[in-house]
Design a protein. Structure first.
Length: 117
């Protein structure tokens, strides 16, 4: 069994307020926000498509089943939109918090939390 070699990135990752971690939080926020926007556009397109193509059938079971499937599809896409949107906001706030703490001079998260107490 081999042991992982220590690389220059290992030291930067060990520091909680390193520039690499702050940029990673902002990059993750950008990616999650982009996915959320794409999901929102897809949600709008699906809802418009469903509204423009109503189910025409005399069978009540077909109408109920199509309504259930349409609700599930819209619900799943809306859930994805919300999850990625909240992840984007959370990562953005995390990056901002880490950047603020770094600007205040705290080298680690422990120092920053002790200063607040």
């Amino acid at each position: 069994m081999s042991t992982p070699s220590s690389s220059p990135d290992t030291k930067a990752e060990a520091e909680p307020l390193s520039t690499q971690r702050i940029l990673r939080a902002f990059t993750g926020s950008l990616i999650a926000g982009t996915i959320a926007i794409l999901f929102a556009k897809m949600l709008s397109a699906i809802a418009t498509s469903f509204a423009n193509k109503p189910v025409t059938s005399d069978n009540i079971t077909v109408i109920n089943l199509s309504a259930a499937v349409r609700t599930l599809v819209l619900g799943i896409v809306a859930l994805g939109t919300g999850v990625f949107g909240m992840a984007a906001v959370g990562l953005l706030l995390l990056g901002a918090k880490m950047a603020w703490q770094r600007l205040q001079g705290a080298d680690t998260l422990d120092e920053a939390s002790n200063a607040q107490d």
